[in-house]
Design a protein around this ligand. Structure first.
Ligand code: KG4
Ligand code: ZN
Length: 339
């Protein structure tokens, strides 16, 4: 019998500090420390994020190893997020990972954060089905929106992406206009459940091919609310549920139009979603609808693997280890990173 492959993974690209232990693709622990400090600023403050990572990283890694009941000397490799993300936040994770790999004398694996969101589908988990063969992945996070063709684990082709704001950013900026705290995406989702998605309409972007744009939608929401509030003071608060449902409906509509186009163009009807916005109930429902109406084979990850987490970094670590794709101490962090 071949030896177990144990990966310790560390994620620190934005405002969550996370560590996970995976043994043969099965998650033994996946600890996430959120940073509430940013709420009052209406967005992530990079300097505060890196300081919080510094405070959190040792206890989070320690908790992940303890929960997995694994000593650091039994780890086969340390996988960490190299980019893209906030430079200060990335540096905390990479310096810590490099030092730990020296101390534990084990190899390092630098990981692309967006590839990790997609690869979350390859975590071995009874609650999830793993796609087989080529599939399309709609990756929707706070910083990115992409349609990826995945031919096999670690074999990707970017078919389309946003030319301005990301889907999560569209949710968060709309929430900010509504004076909701950061991150607004989950709150819009919550209020939308009680509202009418067809109550208000906002102008939809017109972008060719499989690329996305969300900045026009944001402006349309801003002007609509400004005018409505002027003619009916208190409009925003009184109609919060319907406004949130209509905003969510518009964003999901933009996403679904493009992924439908991708299905037609590629002839692939296996469709997965990944990234923080894949936790959105409206998006999940829209996909399930395509599954029953159009026969799509739909893959929706468990909640804990949607928003930023280290398990998804660990699964990339697993496949990279098998392929012998290791990094070294000289590898720098990257705020921007190509595929
Ligand atoms: O993937 P992620 O955790 O971090 C990045 O890599 O950016 O995504 C965070 C984004 C935020 O914009 C947040 O508002 C959004 O995901 N988000 C949601 C929901 N949960 C998280 N957006 C809409 N509905 C949700 N339920
Ligand atoms: Zn992310």
């Amino acid at each position: 019998m071949s030896k177990d492959l144990t990966i310790l993974a560390i994620e620190s690209s934005c405002d969550d500090t996370s560590a996970a232990v995976l043994v043969n693709r099965t998650v033994q622990s996946n600890i996430v420390a959120n940073q509430d400090i940013h709420q009052k600023y209406g967005g992530v403050v990079p300097e505060l994020a890196s300081r919080a990572h510094q405070a959190n990283i040792v206890p989070v890694v320690d908790a992940a190893l303890k929960e997995a009941n694994i000593g650091i000397m039994n780890v086969d490799a340390i996988a960490y997020t190299q980019g893209p993300g906030l430079m200060g936040s990335l540096l905390v994770g990479s310096s810590f990972s490099k030092s730990l790999s020296l101390a534990a004398n084990c190899p390092l694996i630098p990981v692309h954060h967006m590839q990790a969101h997609v690869m979350a589908h390859f975590v071995k988990d009874d609650a999830m089905r793993t796609p087989n063969g080529p599939f399309l992945c709609l990756t929707v996070s706070g910083g990115h929106t992409q349609i990826i063709r995945v031919n096999a684990p670690m074999e990707f082709e970017v078919l389309g992406e946003t030319i301005d704001d990301a889907a999560g950013e569209a949710f968060d900026k709309a929430a900010k206009i509504l004076e909701l705290p950061y991150p607004g995406g989950p709150l819009i989702d919550r209020y939308a459940k009680e509202g009418d998605p067809n109550k208000f309409t906002f102008s939809k972007p017109k972008v060719d091919g499989l690329n996305f744009s969300f900045s026009g939608l944001k402006t349309s929401i801003l002007y609509f609310l400004r005018d409505a509030e002027q003619s009916e003071p208190g409009f925003r608060k009184r109609h919060l549920n319907d406004i949130c449902a209509s905003i969510q409906h518009s964003i999901v509509d933009v996403l679904m139009q493009k992924i439908e186009k991708a299905v037609i163009e590629t002839g692939i009807n296996k469709v997965a979603i990944a990234g923080g916005v894949s936790a959105n109930s409206g998006l999940r429902k829209a996909l399930e609808d395509r599954s029953s109406r159009l026969g799509w084979d739909v893959y929706i990850p468990s909640f804990q693997y949607c928003t930023d987490n280290a398990a998804m970094i660990g699964i990339v670590g697993h496949y990279a280890f098998e392929k012998g794709l290791f990094g070294d101490l000289s590898q720098g962090s990257r705020a921007r990173m190509s595929w």
